[in-house]
Design a protein around this ligand. Structure first.
Ligand SMILES: Cc1cc2nc3c(=O)[nH]c(=O)nc-3n(C[C@H](O)[C@H](O)[C@H](O)COP(=O)(O)OP(=O)(O)OC[C@H]3O[C@@H](n4cnc5c(N)ncnc54)[C@H](O)[C@@H]3O)c2cc1C
Length: 436
């Protein structure tokens, strides 16, 4: 039955292409070789945002980059000199897009998780070659076996390498190392014409920089070479609370100006008791912060608090107090609401994988597989306060708003050599993320 369905879908796609103005297919195997096109699964028309749902006509699970190349070559040669076939192609990694970016209405979804996902660590040269469909958590696990790890992360690790390199890949390490797209040595890409190209800052640089942050529009990433650093066994993780946005921002700036001491800086708004509780799920320390959010002020707004989160890598073999000393030194310079700073030591893996616990908690409450409108913006540093006011006046006015509102600084010169950032070198900007 399954075979019949697969054959049916394969035949339907081929028929679609045959019936289009492009009469290029001699036989189905000429075009797609041994690669079966499968009937679309519900997941191919769904993503984390659950706001857009566009069904493809077929799904491909490629066993190798050559399979992807065969498909794209066939579709591209079909369009040469004639009207293009209407089959759009979208790469789909973990499907954690928010607005249908990995969907292809009436086209073909290429599921990159099917590609070889091996992680080859070249320990002596401090890099790893990883499959485009590998999850970052898989990359982390493989690299840790050699005592190494990538430098730049996303908060959540169940995203694919190809998926985040097509976007940006930003987390609390970006102020120090830049986003993930600035931490790539080389890519293997299947272009729209079906060529498998190895590119880097010096080899086909136009393709390299177009694909990084290119939203999947310039080719499909099948492999990436990621630089590694020595992984600390533990991390000292600190949270400090504020009741003023100005002080919170100033302290964030102070933290990002001390990359020699600090390895991770983020921050979030604490809008109500529920948001304080949700943000505490993964932080394994007793937090005795019970702020008064008030009822409603004369302006109709409740009081809002802020939390800075920073972390210091703890290489215990370099002296057990080095990280503690750095935390003490830095904390002493901060103007948080005393005594509300909380510090805890956790394994490096657990720190990087902290959002997994939040996912599990939301799943238990039935809040994971629901629509997630999400605003993600980069705001110039000088407009941060105005942006926060705008946010308060519009998006997060409801008293029960529970989603995270992350606010943390980035330094644009850390985005280099990516050309979209380097022209604004030295300007700082704010990454703001509002997830419902
Ligand atoms: C819970 C959650 C937490 C997140 N946290 C962060 C965060 O901390 N920092 C951050 O920067 N982002 C974060 N994101 C956003 C995330 O990085 C992007 O949505 C990313 O694109 C998702 O990766 P994916 O594998 O799910 O990609 P998909 O949703 O499958 O695809 C996303 C886009 O990339 C394209 N694409 C996918 N694979 C490839 C490939 N191999 N080659 C070329 N194009 C490809 C797709 O066509 C599509 O346009 C988060 C998302 C979620 C849902």
């Amino acid at each position: 039955m399954a075979l019949m369905k697969a054959l049916y879908v394969h035949a339907a796609v081929v028929a679609l292409l045959l019936c289009s103005s492009v009469n290029f297919i001699q036989s189905p195997t000429d075009v797609f070789g041994p690669v079966a096109l499968l009937e679309p699964t519900p997941s191919a028309a769904r993503d984390f945002g659950a706001v857009v749902s566009d069904a493809p006509i077929a799904v491909m699970r490629p066993g190798s980059p050559a399979d992807v190349a065969r498909l794209l070559r066939a579709l591209s040669s079909a369009g040469a000199g004639r009207r293009r076939p209407r089959a759009a192609v979208a790469a789909r990694g973990a499907g954690h897009s928010l607005h249908g970016q990995a969907q292809a209405r009436g086209g073909i979804v290429v599921e990159t998780r099917a590609l070889p996902r091996g992680v080859e660590v070249a320990a002596a040269a401090s890099y790893a070659d990883v499959g485009g469909g590998a999850l970052w958590v898989e990359v982390l696990e493989a690299c840790l076996r050699s005592g190494l790890a990538p430098r730049s992360w996303t908060d959540y690790l169940y995203l694919t390498v190809g998926g985040t390199l097509s976007n940006g890949g930003i987390s609390g390490q970006a102020f120090k190392h830049g986003p993930q797209i600035s931490n790539v040595l080389q890519l293997e890409v299947v272009t729209g014409t079906g060529e498998v190209v190895t590119c880097s800052p010096t080899q086909s640089p136009e393709l390299f920089f177009a694909v990084l942050g290119g939203l999947g529009q310039f080719g499909i990433i099948t492999r990436a070479r990621i630089p590694l650093q020595v992984a600390p066994p533990k991390v000292r993780w600190v949270r400090a609370f504020y009741d003023s946005f100005e002080t919170f921002s100033k302290d964030q700036e102070l933290l990002v100006s001390t990359p020699e001491l600090v390895d991770y800086v983020e921050g979030f708004m604490v809008l109500n008791e529920q948001s304080l509780h949700s943000s505490s799920v993964s932080f394994p320390a007793q937090v005795n912060f019970s702020p008064d959010f008030g009822s409603s002020s004369a302006s109709g707004r409740r009081k809002v608090y802020y939390c800075i989160e920073f972390a210091v890598h703890d290489f215990q073999d370099r002296g057990s107090s080095a990280a503690d000393h750095a935390v003490e030194l830095v904390s002493g310079k901060l103007s948080y609401l005393r005594p509300h700073a909380y510090s805890v030591e956790v394994a490096y893996y657990d720190f990087l994988n902290r959002v997994r616990m939040e996912e599990e908690s939301l799943r238990e409450r039935g809040l994971w597989d629901v629509p997630h409108p999400w605003l993600n913006v980069l705001v110039p540093g000088h407009a941060a306060a105005r942006f926060k006011d705008l946010l308060m006046a519009t998006v997060v006015t409801q008293g029960d708003f529970e989603g995270p509102v992350l606010v943390y600084p980035l330094l644009t010169d850390r985005c280099a050599p990516h050309p979209t950032c380097s022209s604004h070198a030295k300007l700082s900007m704010l990454s703001a993320s509002v997830l419902r």
